[in-house]
Ligand binder design. Structure first.
Ligand SMILES: *Cc1c(COP(=O)(O)O)cnc(C)c1O
Length: 455
């Protein structure tokens, strides 16, 4: 028999599990956190220690960790019809019901839904859709994809090429043909003396230059998160989408809104696109669609792209693409119930009404001598730490400031996420004002302790 390591859960994990997106020095030093269950916005580890999860799992467990209604919907569907695919024109009835619901919730008057198991797969699928449409339209050279610096669109080979983070150079990515536009983060990238309006105008001008330089006839689409999430919660500069939207229209470049984080209420609106009035050509959804209780992603095509894809697929006799487990009846039943909970049971209303308190508590970090920027919208916020407030110079990465904050917070029973030089908060939509206060009290203590250590 293989030696599977020691006897504790942590030892067994260390011996047998390989963790992605995990800080190895922290893992080596502190070990993994092995969890057993959750209650409301809290999760519990194998030792019975309770943690307030200020990140809704990975932005997705927005109804908390033990929502009875969603669990019951999952169980009921499991009794009725637990699994089926959606190839060859077959599909479970609940998946049809979900599709009707998603189109009615979407910004589109009509359209089509295509299911995947994750946000990465949905973005990846969208790229293939654009490529196929263009080839069938006789424009095979129209393949390049524009995303923005600090974008996060996933981890498959294509979507890692779209994710504009330095770590993807570990894989020799991006692939050729994946272009980078600017990140519209005024605080970080605004020039000295530049107003926010002038900054936004520059972002738009640079996008036009990029399109002209590459050749508009070679560009298949631009993908953008309404608020960049994993890039560190970066809302766009004022007027950004209003400024770039007409440019994309002018060159007939579809705009795909990656709503994997913003969608389904994170900003107090159904979509981030509603919040900024974006009018996308398609939407990429995942994460909150099942409140994190089942893997699911979806491409929601607006009428124009849906018609174009249909035409291309008729000419090819099929759309030769699909994931075995996608559009499953279990996931669909969970999503239908999760959408009820979000829409009719008041979760999005809760986000909207508690946002002012959340943002007020967040803004108090602005007084801290090492806070460069505090930013947030809806139920997502970030506190970016700097060594020098004037020059915005970051801390020496060796100091590992945001990692230390996250580790210290964990000791205190708070799960929050380090993202670059920022600490990110994205609480579950069921949080109360009292719990919001507890969350921020714990974080304030944590930050004070860490800076006392650093000196
Ligand atoms: C999480 C995320 C993805 C990738 O989703 P996975 O389900 O992890 O593949 C894509 N886009 C955005 C904006 C995300 O936040």
């Amino acid at each position: 028999m293989a030696d599977t390591g020691g006897n504790s859960w942590e030892e067994k994990d260390m011996a047998n599990v390989f963790h992605g997106f995990t800080d190895f020095p922290s893992l080596k030093e502190n070990g993994p956190v092995v969890l057993t269950h959750g209650e409301g916005i809290h999760v519990f580890d194998v030792h019975g220690k309770r943690y307030l999860d200020a990140n809704s799992g990975l932005w997705n467990n927005v109804a908390g960790f033990n929502h009875t209604g969603i669990v019951e919907a999952l169980c009921a569907q499991a009794q009725r019809f637990p699994g089926y695919h959606s190839f060859f024109g077959r599909i479970a009835d609940v998946t049809v019901e979900l599709s009707e619901r998603l189109i009615s919730l979407s910004p589109f008057d009509s359209g089509k839904v295509y299911y995947t198991n994750s946000g990465s797969e949905a973005n990846d699928t969208m790229v293939k859709m654009l490529w196929m449409i263009n080839r069938r339209k006789g424009m095979p050279e129209r393949r390049k994809i524009i995303t923005r610096i600090n974008a996060y669109h996933g981890v498959t080979v294509a979507t890692a090429s779209m994710t504009a983070k330095p770590y993807n150079s570990e894989f020799g990515l991006p692939l050729p043909g994946f272009l980078r536009a600017d990140c519209p983060h005024f605080w970080r990238f605004g020039l000295e003396e530049e107003t926010e309006d002038a900054f936004t105008a520059r972002m738009a001008r640079n996008l036009r230059d990029l399109i002209e330089r590459e050749g508009p006839e070679t560009i298949a689409g631009m993908f953008a998160e309404p608020v960049q999430g994993a890039g560190g919660v970066i809302p766009p500069s004022k007027g950004y989408f209003d400024a770039i939207r007409p440019i994309l229209r002018e060159y007939d470049i579809p705009l795909i809104a990656d709503e994997v984080i913003c969608g389904f209420g994170r900003m107090g609106t159904m979509w981030g696109s509603d919040y900024y009035g974006i009018e996308p050509d398609a939407i990429i959804a995942s994460k909150c669609i099942t409140a994190g209780y089942y893997p699911m992603g979806a491409v929601i095509l607006g009428a124009k792209l849906a018609a174009e894809l249909e035409e291309a697929s008729e000419a090819a006799e099929e759309f030769p693409h699909g994931f075995t487990a996608a559009g499953s009846p279990l996931g669909s039943a969970v999503a239908l119930k999760a959408l009820d909970v979000l829409e009719t049971e008041g979760l999005i209303d809760n986000v909207r009404s508690l946002t002012p308190h959340f943002l007020e508590r967040l803004s108090r970090f602005g007084d801290h001598p090492h806070t460069g920027e505090v930013r947030g919208v809806g139920f997502m916020g970030a506190i970016e730490m700097v060594a020098d407030r004037k020059t915005k110079a970051p801390f020496d990465s060796k100091l590992r400031v945001s990692e230390r904050i996250a580790n210290k917070a964990l000791e205190k029973g708070l799960i929050c996420r380090p993202l670059g030089a920022a600490v990110v908060l994205a609480p579950p939509f069921i949080i109360t004002n009292a719990e919001t206060d507890t969350m921020f009290d714990l974080l304030e203590e944590t930050v004070a302790d860490v800076f006392a250590e650093i000196g």
